[in-house]
Design a binder for this molecule. Sequence first.
Ligand code: GLA
Length: 767
Amino acid sequence: MHRANALGRGNRKCSGCTAKTTERNQNMNIIYNEKNRVFKLDTPHTSYCIGVVDEENFLGHVYYGRKLGSDDLAYLMRTGEPPFVPSENNRDRTSFLDTFPMEYTGHNLGDYREGTLSVRTLSGHTGVSLSYVSHSIYDGKKALEGLPATFGGKDECKTLEIICEDPVLKLQVVLSYSIFADTDAVARSVRIVNQGGEAVYLTKVLSACIDMDNDNYEMITLHGSWARERAIQTYPVRKGKQSVGSVRGESSHQEHPFMAWKSRTATEETGDVYAMNFVYSGNFLAQIEESQFGSIRAMMGIHPEDFCWKLEPGGSFQAPEVICMYSAGGLGGMTRNFHELYRNHLIRGMYKDKKRPILINNWEATYFDFDTDKLLDIARQASALGIEMLVMDDGWFGHRDDDNSSLGDWFVNESKIKGGLKYLVDEVNRLGMKFGIWVEPEMISPDSDLYKEHPDWAIQIPGRVGSLGRNQYVLDLTRKEVRDCIYERIAAVLRSANIEYVKWDMNRQLSDFGSFGLPADRQGELVHRQTLALYEMQERLITDFPNLLLENCSGGGARFDPGMLYYSPQIWCSDDADAVERLSIQAGTALIYPLSTMGAHVSDCPNHTVGRTTPFETRGYVALAGTFGYELDVTKIPEADREMIPDQVAMYHKYNDLVRQGDYYRIARYADNHFYDCYAVVAKDKSEALVTYVQVLGRPNFHSRRIRIPGLDPEKTYVIENAADWPEIRQTEYRGDTLHYAGINIPPISGDFKGRLLHFVLRSHQF
Ligand code: GLA
């Protein structure tokens, strides 16, 4: 027997829905058409449509793509075609469920494709099926409790909440969709509420699903390892399942909580591109499954492996947010949409729109071998060259002289920091520089006083020898007493001196999921609770220290994700600061994330990770695409390099506003062509553009290289403002359309790893 009568049309409620366009903002609108039972969410250039079908009120995905004028689209769900809707022909219920484009799926009742929600009742059963009950539409967007998420005011975004229910389980599922007036994104999340009388185990709660026809799509995902994060990989969508994910307790070096699917002919500038990006930093799954009938189901959320959440009667579970994106303007359009969304609606705090201080970090300069004198020598030299902040990296606490000890003992080691931390910071401030510090709060070394006192504070499985990573364990932050102890220790250090920057590191992945603080039936909550605990600690930190510049880091770039960007406006991109390797790492990162978020430094050569020697200028140009800083011992580098620093500092100050705020265009990727890399940042008002060109490998007997520079005003004329830097480019004046469609000729450069900047400005607006 099924529930058509209980859930039929008569029960439908609509609070706050409106069929007329809001006058306040024509760029976005959400309507519900009562007649054809279709929701239509309009962003500036896209429409996203959801339909309600049958007496059982199944919720189906109708359409996502270019903006449409009509919502008369219910036919797209093919409910009139065999296999029939179950209430008309329950005989083929499984056939229906197995083909219907579900907006958010149940499990184990006939839809054999992978689902988004799975449960286990106390009696051990697993079926779940969702039907529409009611909805509301409102201006603005609610925060997600305890989780990072995009935000916007009442004039900036609108939200649709659809309430679905499994009446047998008495499980309510609230699907939330927010759209923005200035960006083509749909921010989705899911909340599960147990309205029944007994607990239920949630064994899988993904956050979003898009069920649509395959149009010969290619999938794009990001892959890597330590020191080579986020390489772009493109491959055809094929029958069956293709997924990326992390079960490492972090978004990870290896795979990334992002996937796109695009038409094969899509370019940087044209063609359909769909994407999902997870606003979350723990375990994730991103998957596309092509079904027997050629439809694809794209889904994203918390990885179900090792996940099991006990939901008590009356309790609710909030799944994190997924950003869905569609661009008809190719991959470049997708990228610029993400940049815009994250700059305006995710990143917070005082540095959100501000130039960041140029820092010098002592990690590659000294590793663990430093003391007050050495740091002050570096600071003295750095401040004379125009560098604005000294960051003291790992090794200032406990008895840590290598990576074998002291994590958890967040007390200054005064045999290294002679005179104490306040003395050091005051001296650095006296030189006109800010001071920053490194911490790794989520970890505990077996060789630490903290571990001696609290061995049960490490995440471990009782009865097993804990698996070490970099000779450390992960602290069980799901326990409040652990969070409080570590936070207070670090906060005391921050309060003890004028510390204006924190680098929050995380140098090992989770394993051995076991908590001494959780009961047996809640061990499956550990990894998600650990991520929530991390968010709670970082929220506390930026609330207590609102002027702090927080930079997240995880063995380089293992936790570069939108979740962390909610707390820190910048993230260390990779431990690999080689200028050539960075071209690929930064291109993969900037596929999604604004340049203002990418921690990028000029480091010493031969490079510490690859042993390559590149010109100091090129290292500067590549770091200019990120936050910009130095990772070297400025007292020891060659004099010729040191002499270039004031010019690099001036270059940063000249261009950083443009780099941080402008529109980013990929022009050529070294990873694709193996010879050169080129990208541009164009001012929003199209008054200027900065083109970075790096010839990775020189070629013999080769003529000039044509590059096209998009994004400028086609009808205006631009000149190369810094033409004197490159006299071989004889023509210095071009119209915007010429730059875009005809391009310019880049003269051959002799040698490898050579970089150049080209600064185009409006002819009337000479610098
Ligand atoms: C990680 C970071 C580095 C450095 C070291 C210190 O690897 O990515 O930048 O801080 O830790 O141990």
